[in-house]
Design a protein around this ligand. Structure first.
Ligand code: ATP
Length: 325
């Protein structure tokens, strides 16, 4: 058994490597707004241009088994549950009205990212329906879905290509002027202008390395070039320095203006401003409402608020010192 165990462990490591490669493919698809295994129906219809409404109707979801295996290791018993396709969303119902900003909150593993991925059809629901602009996303043309929805995640991918090429994935016909305008809106034009090769600077491991906050602003520039009517935003949990954080916030204010937004929220300012907060736990919405009401209700949100959101540091009182002449 020990002799078998060694190769098996080695195999499971290989699988993890192969699967991380697949995960990177996922990211590429995310950037190009295409999803593997998702097909357009022959009679697919366009989502009306400018649509801002998102509707979840009793959505149930289990990850497909191939993706389940990607997280499994032989030692991980919980991963074995996943290979059975454990339900991740169990009857999620909500509507985001055009122009609203809705915050999705909940403990780790509650299903927030999964919910957001069903909107852009990274996966299809197991039961129920997700509608964008009144069209079930499974009946929509992929191009109209791609044009309607923009996604900004914490680790948006940059290709080992020039800055201009990286941005043109969002809008192939964009002129240099369009790109500068987007970079300005995303609060990163000054930095790019200061680079010796400007827009032609090659990015990535063997090129210019952007910081986390800068990458996020480039992702926002992509969004501004594309101007989708719906934005799905996964707010950064990673620490950004305060200058970068402020720049990202300014860029986001521009990017979200006049659009419908579904935000996986990690910041106090976001939940305070949200038109609606959806609290997910174990694949179900357990509370919904606005910040003050949910705090007053004293349930899971109030608890999350204390532990996740209300952590903005209060200034330390100055230590008491006796005055010495
Ligand atoms: P976090 O705040 O930690 O990002 P989350 O609320 O976004 O968590 P999800 O990432 O949606 O939660 O995950 C919901 C559940 O689905 C978790 O139990 C997670 O382990 C599982 N899960 C996520 N991705 C996959 C996958 N590709 N295959 C199988 N199970 C998955």
């Amino acid at each position: 058994l020990t002799r078998l165990y060694g190769p098996l462990t080695a195999l499971s490591n290989v699988r993890v490597d192969v699967m991380s490669a697949l995960v990177s493919f996922d990211r590429v698809f995310e950037v190009l707004d295409l999803s593997p295994g998702i097909e357009e129906k022959p009679d697919a219809v366009d989502i009306p241009a400018g649509s801002g409404r998102i509707e979840f109707r009793d959505v149930h979801f289990r990850y497909p088994s191939a993706a389940d295996v990607s997280l499994a290791t032989l030692e991980d018993v919980t991963a074995l549950d996943r290979t059975e396709g454990a339900p991740v969303l169990k009857g999620v119902d909500f509507t985001v009205e055009p122009g609203q900003m809705v915050a999705l909150v909940g403990p780790s593993g509650a299903g927030k990212s999964t919910t957001s991925m069903l909107i852009s059809r990274v996966y299809d629901v197991t039961e129920g329906g997700v509608l964008v602009g009144g069209v079930d996303v499974r009946d929509a043309t992929l191009s109209s879905l791609r044009d309607t929805i923009g996604v900004v995640t914490q680790d948006s991918h940059l290709f080992h290509e020039t800055i201009a090429d990286n941005l043109r994935y969002a809008q192939p016909t964009a002129t240099d002027d369009d790109i500068w305008q987007a970079l300005t809106g995303a609060q990163i034009a000054d930095l790019v202008r200061a680079l010796p090769d400007g827009l032609d600077t090659v990015v990535g491991e063997r090129g210019y390395r952007f910081s986390g906050g800068e990458k996020q602003r480039l992702a926002i520039a992509r969004l501004l070039l594309k101007h989708p009517s719906i934005v799905i935003l996964d707010e950064a949990t990673a620490h950004l320095d305060s200058e970068s954080e402020a720049a990202v916030q300014r860029a986001l204010t521009t990017a979200l203006e006049g659009r419908t937004a579904l935000v996986i929220a990690h910041r106090l300012a976001t939940v305070r401003d949200a038109d609606l907060i959806l609290v997910l736990d174990g694949g179900r919405i357990v509370e919904r409402g606005r910040h003050p009401d949910l705090v007053a209700a004293g349930g899971l949100y109030a608890e999350l608020y204390r532990t996740q959101f209300a952590v903005e540091p209060t200034p330390e009182p100055a230590p008491y010192r006796e005055e010495v002449e």
